[in-house]
Ligand binder design. Structure first.
Ligand code: ADP
Length: 398
């Protein structure tokens, strides 16, 4: 079976065509500047990258460009569109309506549309991506895989905020959590790797550290808490997002800088995090370079980030009554040994200790960086959200 995985944003559309027999992507790429002048598609197949310049006024044209690229004689990966057996779509928000991936019927799409107010920046773009695919491939089964669904197992005490309960019953204001496909994938990989699959007592803290970062407590394969919150703005400070704040800061900021509420939220989403702190960059490679050259604010941004991650690690060990395994994943988690080291430092009292040489020289695939004698396994596991989407799509399309 071949599954096309689609991740549609407001002006972009990323895709991978995955052959489920090998679970490998046989083509992948992304369209950018959809609905804007100068749209193009970067397409990779057979080890070659091709840039296709084409007008893409809407996502429908973008999907058509992708399909044409996939069957192109010169740089394609399949001989006909008929080889695409199913399409899996990344959908941000499942609200409290879905707790698993789902076949995208008309009825389901209506419910997904109703959830748009919970993710106004992302959900409408995801829906446009589904609609565009349905228009061009009406007989191919479509599956939605949600960012939030893995966290639907959180207990009430973890997802309810300390505000009047009516805010929850009237407007569903609660913690939802995000990056669910990644937390699910790496926690399952960790359980498999350590021979703890199906063990209800296996306690993992998964650290998805990328442009957006979130940390989860996963007990017995179920998410029991997570750092992102009502929106992906909560939790640890990120590339450009503030993470958790005293809510009173919002009004104070708006007054002092003379910003509207939505300008203030934009400030917290786009101008904050390590970028705002350092004044240098949101990219951790730039921050490390600047910090090494003596830039105090860059060093501070890295410290603030690592300290916040460390506190979540401690909090989640407490929440689960212990921790057996810590997993680092995503851009920073997989590639930044200095960040991993800083987060794990001085945690020997909880049985966490990493081997500096192993941490500095990772091999391919899953890497165990636990120091000799370390009670808690510390693993670096490359995430693969597209594969999770493809697997769920195969399961439901069959
Ligand atoms: P996204 O949330 O966009 O999927 P990623 O998971 O790809 O983000 O993470 C992107 C971030 O990972 C970059 O901003 C950068 O800070 C960090 N990163 C990527 N490669 C490295 C590296 N070799 N060393 C340090 N940081 C890295």
């Amino acid at each position: 079976m071949k599954v096309l995985v689609i991740n549609a944003g407001s002006s972009s559309l990323k895709y991978q065509l995955i052959d489920m027999a090998t679970e490998k992507a046989i083509a992948k790429g992304g369209c950018e500047r959809i609905g804007i002048d100068g749209s193009f598609c970067k397409h990779k197949a057979n080890g070659k990258e091709t840039v296709i310049n084409a007008a893409m006024p809407t996502h429908k044209e973008a999907i058509q460009v992708v399909l044409n690229a996939l069957v192109d004689k010169e740089y394609g990966a399949i001989s006909s569109m008929k080889e695409i057996d199913a399409v899996g779509h990344r959908i941000v928000h499942s609200g409290e309506v879905f707790n698993d991936s789902v076949l995208l019927t008309d009825d389901v799409m209506k419910k997904i549309e109703e959830l748009s107010e919970l993710a106004p920046l992302h959900q409408p773009a995801n829906i446009i991506g589904v609609r565009a695919c349905q228009a061009i491939m009406p007989n191919v089964p479509m599956v939605g895989v949600f960012d939030t669904a893995f966290h639907s197992t959180m207990p009430e005490k973890a997802y309810i905020y300390g505000i009047p309960y009516e805010a929850y019953t009237d407007y569903k204001i609660r913690r939802y959590g995000f990056h669910g496909t990644s937390h699910r994938f790496v926690s399952q990989e960790a359980a498999k790797y350590l021979g703890r699959e199906g063990d209800e007592n296996f306690k993992v803290v998964t650290m998805h550290l990328g442009n957006g970062s979130s940390i989860s407590a996963v007990k017995g394969g179920k998410s029991v808490d997570t750092s992102m919150s009502f929106t992906p703005l909560g939790g640890v400070p990120m590339g450009t997002r503030s993470g958790d704040l005293d809510p009173a800061i919002v009004e104070f900021l708006a007054n002092k800088y003379n910003m509207t509420l939505s300008e203030t939220l934009n400030y917290l989403n786009k101008k904050s995090g390590v970028k705002g702190l350092s004044g240098v960059s949101s990219d951790f490679r730039d921050l490390t370079e600047a910090a090494e050259a003596g830039n105090h604010r860059a060093a501070l941004a890295l410290d603030v980030f690592c300290y916040s991650c460390k506190k979540y690690l401690g909090a989640y060990a407490a929440a689960m009554g212990g921790v057996d395994c810590v997993v680092f994943t995503a851009g920073i988690g997989e590639h930044d040994g200095l960040v991993r080291k800083a987060i794990a430092e001085n945690l020997e009292f909880m049985g966490i200790s990493i081997d500096e040489a192993k941490n500095a020289n990772l091999g391919d695939g899953i890497c165990d960086i636990t120091a000799d004698g370390g009670k808690v396994k510390v693993l670096v596991i490359p995430t693969n959200e597209e594969l999770v989407i493809a697997r769920d799509t195969e399961r439901l399309a069959k």
